[in-house]
Design a binder for this molecule. Structure first.
Ligand SMILES: [Zn+2]
Length: 433
């Protein structure tokens, strides 16, 4: 399979025109340099101006002809007393045409590699080289520059955030503990202990769980009087095993005390909040730079976990095309444009057999906004390892707000999700006191 892939890539490389990567890198990096940004923009503008000058003359002529045709028709309709109808229909047409999506001109670059074969830099995208420049210059750290401190809050399955469901059971007090084996045998005949409740021990000290509160065939009165004290009580038992230590502690303290629980250190660890690393802070600064002072701008940066190198970064282009969300554009850029293909990193990536050849294996993505379902599924299919996002998306957020797609039991890939959260210093002071 790999030999075939190598053969395909070889033939593909021969077909492709050679790309001057260094030249394009210098253009890519121009976004973070004002002077080079201006010169780049001027060059592009010069080309555009020449072609657009002749086009604009023709456009004006067409508009004038259209206007005179419209005016002539308007006069005719006024004559036949349908002038008002004609005018209203014309207005509706103007409103409809101005609402339709902006069409990309033939010479305009797209964020999608399909319409941008050489993956030319467009404003708002970012590469590993940009990141390298930032490191050399020394970036201003988000967290160091501010008194507000942050950490990563894990977005976990709701089952970890709440107590299990409870079932009410009737509990009796055994008169003579020497009769316990006999009692268990009798009770098991009436209400056998199901395997779904194997995390619960039926007896605790001299108390025994008999049957559910609404059980239809309770123990006969004479047998009951033989084995148990007269008074019974009602106890809640968890229907499912406790997943975390805090759930177990609460259950045994407030409900039935004899519960089987094995603490899973990895699961416990996954619930903890994480401090920001220095690398996180750099990435957050880069996100801010790509946002370019627009707080609502949605941006994404994909990072290689092993090397700790950002591979691509981009803005959101959904105003140009409804599918060009920053996550989708970032994945597309990584697949088609990035250093993976241009510096033979793809070969190296595929050679890592233990990681398999999924695009985002061993990668994390940093997002300014929680991804929608489409983007979250794209990340899942590409086998992302970690998702970090800043702002939640209450309406369509698929990794915490509206849905928790990463916690679905039937998906074939698991990844962790964290949201940036401000540390409440007063809370910390209270707990340390
Ligand atoms: Zn999306």
């Amino acid at each position: 399979m790999e030999a075939k892939l190598a053969e395909f890539r070889k033939s593909h490389a021969q077909k492709q025109p050679s790309i001057n990567w260094r030249t394009s890198v210098s253009r890519l990096t121009s976004i973070f340099s004002n002077s080079s940004k201006q010169s780049f923009e001027t060059n592009v503008k010069k080309d555009e101006d020449e072609s657009e000058e002749s086009v604009s003359v023709i456009n004006w002529q067409i508009i004038l002809i259209k206007f005179f045709v419209w005016l002539t028709l308007f006069i005719i309709f006024i004559r036949i007393e349908f002038g008002a109808v004609y005018f209203i229909i014309s207005l509706l047409y103007i409103i409809w045409s101005s609402l339709s999506a902006h069409r990309r001109r033939s010479n305009e670059l797209s964020a999608y590699s399909v319409f941008n074969p050489n993956c030319e830099k467009i404003q708002g995208t970012f590469s590993a080289e940009d990141y390298d420049r930032q490191l050399r210059r020394g970036v201003k750290r988000l967290c160091n520059s501010s008194v507000i401190k942050y950490h990563w809050r894990p977005i976990v399955d709701d089952d970890y955030l709440r107590l299990p469901n409870f079932q009410s059971m009737i509990v009796a007090h055994i008169k003579d503990r020497r009769l316990t084996p006999e009692i268990i045998s009798v009770i098991n005949n009436i209400y056998p202990w199901t395997t779904s409740l194997k995390h619960i021990r039926r007896i605790h000290n001299s108390d025994i769980l008999l049957y559910p509160l609404n059980f239809q065939q309770p123990l006969e009165q004479d047998l009951f009087e033989k084995y148990f004290d007269n008074e019974t009580k009602i106890m809640n038992i968890p229907e499912n095993p406790c997943l975390l230590k805090w759930q177990y502690d609460k259950c045994i303290k407030e409900h039935w005390s004899n519960i089987i629980f094995r603490e899973n250190k990895i699961v416990e660890q996954s619930q903890l909040k994480k401090d920001l690393t220095e690398n996180d802070e750099i990435i957050l600064d880069l996100l801010k730079k790509i946002q370019d002072n627009d707080q609502d701008s949605r941006c994404a940066i994909i990072v290689d976990n092993e090397q700790q190198i950002p591979l691509v970064g981009t803005r959101d282009y959904r105003h140009e095309h409804p599918l060009q969300h920053s996550t989708m554009v970032a994945i597309d850029l990584l697949a088609a444009n990035s250093i993976y293909s241009k510096e033979n990193f793809l070969e190296k990536f595929l050679e890592k057999k233990e990681k398999k050849a999924y695009l985002l294996n061993g990668c994390s993505i940093y997002l300014t906004h929680e991804p929608c379902i489409m983007c979250a599924m794209a990340l899942l299919h590409s086998r992302i390892s970690n998702v970090y996002y800043l702002k939640e998306n209450q309406h369509v957020g698929a990794l915490g707000s509206k849905y928790k797609l990463h916690t679905l039991k039937k998906t074939n890939h698991r990844f962790t999700v964290y949201q940036l959260e401000q540390i409440n210093l007063t809370d910390n002071l209270n707990t340390s006191e």
